[in-house]
Design a protein around this ligand. Structure first.
Ligand SMILES: *Cc1c(COP(=O)(O)O)cnc(C)c1O
Length: 432
């Protein structure tokens, strides 16, 4: 019988993260006041020093500290599945594999970087971390991980998700963090936005500004970002490195690697180790970033220097962007509602190493239901973008008769997204 579930032992888990900056330099963040490359020292009031070092490091491999590996083993190595039932339902000769990152306590890939960020902050004496969250995945991941190290955590949650996804909020409370809807009255910037747009659904750009403002004003407080920045992609490479070790146990090697893209971290995590092999001339894998048509950063944005937040408090990042003022429609894949994208992923797309595509919300839910009814797992709306693309690629193989191997990252489960599924089943879900 062919494999269905490919597992690794704990001792086969990667001991180092892979840093693609050694093989693919990206343009540096700029100080908006001077338009010169940012001085790392200037970021120290905001981020833990070790994370700033990792952000600009050109070391190809960075050791994963033993304490982080120990906590990783609570959910890692995560399983790689061969989607036999989905293949059968589609009648495709393609082989579909998915890496299941929904097995972490928070239900997504996000704790892979949250635990690293909490750890380095704990080492440097941070007492409190502020952050933003879209769908609530990052906020719950960070509250889980701050709790492991007794760090206080405060989460600004995008208002539309705060009310659409009340149970993510409960989970954040369960792990001991404080969560409030953004824009809030607790920051200067939040009050300004509320005055201008009292009915706003909020955005990640606004929530980031609020969390940054609070960290900048308090000495014992640092800020953590769940995606976009180079160090988040670095930490997520455990996903792709494990997947490579798992594929070594099969006869297959992926021809296509697919991930959904919000800020780009799960996509970077699954694909960067494969991109390393392409750059080394060993392989010729295709990579596809999948985003919502309602927030089409990579497919319709501009590749330029822009701010990461609405208040223009962050350094300027060279990335695809829809503009830091952009407020996307309140689609159900809240984790994909970001105006920008990781500079690494942006560079890969700009250089033609990675493709990008977008889908509408309803067709994404069609794919989610097909997946749930064949594989059983209820996927997150974000991850369902990757599923939709994998299904389309498998259906192309059905046309051509090619037996391609397709890998996608199942970035999370949808157990807290049932109200979105309800809307889909009652026909109330719109495309934007
Ligand atoms: C946050 C999130 C995403 C989007 O973030 P990336 O940084 O692009 O990976 C995707 N899927 C899930 C389940 C998420 O929680």
């Amino acid at each position: 019988m062919d494999h269905t579930k490919i597992l690794l032992d704990e001792n086969e888990m990667p001991k180092q993260w892979y840093n693609i900056l050694a093989d693919l330099p990206v343009e540096p963040p700029l100080n908006p006041a001077t338009n010169e490359p940012m001085n790392p020292k200037d970021l120290e009031p905001i981020f833990a020093k070790e994370l700033i070092q990792q952000e600009i490091s050109s070391e190809r491999y960075i050791d994963i500290p033993e304490e982080i590996r120990e906590i990783y083993t609570l959910w890692r190595p995560s399983p790689l599945y061969r989607a036999h039932r989905l293949e059968k339902a589609l009648g495709t000769p393609a082989k579909i594999y998915y890496k299941n990152e929904s097995v972490s306590p928070a239900g997504s890939h996000k704790p892979n970087t949250a635990i690293a960020q909490a750890y380095y902050n704990m080492k440097e004496g941070t007492e409190r971390i502020t952050t933003e969250t879209g769908a609530g995945q990052w906020g719950s991941a960070l509250s889980l991980c701050c709790n492991y190290f007794d760090i206080e955590c405060k989460v600004y949650m995008v208002r539309s998700s705060f009310y659409q996804k009340p149970y993510r909020k409960s989970l954040i409370n369960l792990w001991g963090a404080n969560v409030i809807p953004s824009p809030s009255t607790e920051t200067q910037f939040g009050r300004k936005v509320l005055e201008m747009y009292p009915e706003t659904t909020g955005s990640l750009g606004i929530a980031i500004s609020e969390a940054l403002e609070e960290a900048a004003l308090n000495d014992n407080t640092r800020y953590a970002l769940g995606s976009v920045l180079n160090h988040t992609s670095l930490h997520q490479t455990v996903v792709g490195l494990e997947t490579q070790a798992q594929f070594d146990k099969t006869e297959d090697y992926p021809d296509i690697v697919i991930g959904c893209c919000g800020g780009g971290s799960n996509l970077a995590g699954v694909s960067l180790p494969y991109i390393r092999d392409n750059i080394a001339g060993k392989t010729n894998t295709r990579f596809i970033a999948v985003e919502p048509s309602a927030c089409p950063t990579l497919t319709s944005g501009e590749f330029k220097y822009d701010f990461g937040d609405m208040a223009q408090m962050t350094p300027l990042l060279k990335m695809y962007t829809l503009g830091s003022e952009f407020i996307p429609p309140a689609i159900h894949a809240g984790g994909l509602r970001y105006h920008g994208a990781s500079p690494i992923v942006s560079k890969l797309v700009a250089d033609g190493i990675m493709e990008a595509t977008s889908y509408h919300q309803v067709e994404v839910f069609d794919a989610a239901v097909k997946f749930a009814r064949s594989e059983g797992i209820a996927p997150a709306p974000e991850s369902s973008h990757a599923i939709k693309c994998a299904i389309d690629e498998a259906l192309k193989c059905k046309q051509t008769g090619e037996e391609k191997t397709i890998l996608f990252n199942l970035s999370g489960h949808g157990h807290f997204d049932m109200s979105s599924y309800d809307k889909y089943f009652s026909g109330e879900l719109s495309n934007d």
